[in-house]
Design a protein. Structure first.
Length: 444
């Protein structure tokens, strides 16, 4: 069953077909839209019986009724699509292989649906004889062309979606410059092509390009985002940085940096020109800042040494050290690490070296013990003090070498003395109990 709508319809005209569906003409869109329908779509509402057994043949009345119901759904869907992407022009053309298009013809300069930039030619007269000058299409609007002619070698996979990059030009025929958004295949000469021009509507649903993440460009979501861990994954959020210095940032309402993560690993609170300063109890700050403040308020630095009448033994192979032992990472004069468990204060009280930090002026001196006069064999600046890999109670002291006795070799058969100056107490010293076997003093 088919029906030819009046060609001379005016806005508001209504036509009711035999199946009960009423259509209303919309002059602005140049389309007949569904106005009303008799019944809800069930067999009883349409006024004809449905077969009780699904293997029975359907009556022509039933078949036409089902076709009408399907057409109604299609019409409603088209109306919903027009809300999202209002149609500007729509027509059919026969595809030809030259830009000199006659009435009812169109041509694509590249003869392809995959060229990144192209030129499309339309005759002002479409295949059905109606005029479509494409004057409603403007720069920034979209043009969709689909080859859906029923041939064994042609499928709906042959299509292109274009973005108009320039206003249509020409009289009698239009040429439109476009850039490809997405496409596949190519048009075939003499095939009938569907052409549709549309724009993104002004409704909220069309804010997709600013509310959703895109490949390239920027997205500005205006809703809350909850990221959930995918099945089989151990992380919720990943960020792979590219060019530029900032990997991640948070800004305030004035578009000023509040917090940023730099590509080199730095975490910055506030703009670099005016950094954030912790002033309240719940403000976060860094450990180094806390340590520096405690150091600045701790007063005089400390000096630790090997004791007024003590001698230390050099241990060649690093191990958990006892009270009067020390070690170096190399036996020679290019050692870079000093390992020790305990030393003595100015008052002669033994103390764990790991409970101290170095300062920029901290210094270590090691002497070879001699009965007449100790000989200086190493003088170095003290760097970071951390736990030894052999014992949580021993300290590993990074040495910033200044001087060593040339070609000197540290020996396990020789006793030594040392002095460490410029140390400060750690704000949170180690509190775990020291094993008894570490407190055994070596006999000389």
């Amino acid at each position: 069953m088919s029906y030819a709508f009046p060609k001379d319809a005016v806005d508001g005209d209504i036509v009711t077909l035999e199946n009960g569906v009423a259509y209303k003409y919309d002059a602005e869109k140049d389309r007949w839209l569904v106005q009303a329908v008799a019944g809800s779509g069930t067999g009883a509402d349409w006024g004809f019986p449905l077969p009780e057994d699904q293997t029975e043949y359907a009556t022509l009345e039933h078949s036409d009724g089902r076709d009408n119901a399907l057409q109604l759904q299609i019409d409603e869907l088209e109306q919903e699509i027009d809300v999202i992407a209002p149609r500007l022009e729509a027509a059919q053309y026969k595809y030809v292989d030259a830009p000199t298009v006659k009435p009812g013809e169109m041509h694509i300069a590249s003869n392809s649906f995959t060229n990144s930039a192209d030129l499309i030619f339309f005759n002002d007269t479409a295949l059905d004889g109606t005029t479509h000058a494409w004057g409603s299409l403007h720069e920034g609007d979209y043009l969709e062309i689909t080859d859906t002619q029923a041939k064994s070698t042609r499928t709906a996979e042959n299509y292109a979606m274009y973005l108009c990059t320039k206003e249509p030009e020409g009289t009698g025929l239009k040429q439109i410059e476009v850039s490809l958004v997405k496409g596949h295949g190519a048009p075939a000469v003499d095939d009938v092509l569907d052409a549709k021009g549309f724009e993104l509507g002004g409704n909220d649903i069309n804010d997709l390009d600013t509310r959703y993440i895109k490949t390239g460009g920027e997205s500005e979501p205006t809703s809350s985002i909850v990221i959930k861990t995918a099945a089989g994954k151990s992380h919720n959020f990943g960020l792979h940085t590219g060019e530029g210095s900032t990997a991640f940032w948070i800004k305030n309402k004035d578009n000023k940096y509040v917090f940023s993560v730099q590509n080199d690993g730095r975490l910055i609170a506030g703009p670099e020109s005016t950094p954030f300063i912790a002033t309240k109890d719940n403000h976060l700050t860094t450990k180094s800042y806390v340590d520096s403040q405690l150091q600045a308020s701790s007063g005089a630095t400390h000096t630790l040494h090997s004791g007024w009448n003590k001698k230390f033994k050099f241990i060649r192979e690093l191990k958990s050290l006892s009270t009067h032992e020390y070690s170096l990472d190399y036996r020679y004069d290019y050692a870079t690490k000093f390992f020790i468990f305990k030393a003595y204060t100015h008052d002669g009280v033994s103390t764990r070296v790991l409970d101290y930090n170095g300062t920029p002026d901290a210094m270590l001196e090691i002497y070879e013990w001699k009965a007449d006069w100790p000989e200086l064999v190493l003088r170095a600046g003290i760097g970071e003090i951390t736990p030894s890999p052999e014992s949580m109670h021993d300290s590993e002291i990074a040495l910033k070498r200044m001087w060593a006795l040339p070609e000197y070799i540290f020996s396990e058969y020789t006793y030594y003395n040392f002095v460490m100056r410029g140390l400060v107490s750690r704000p949170y010293p180690t509190t775990s109990a020291i094993p008894a076997d570490k407190l055994i003093e070596e006999e000389e």
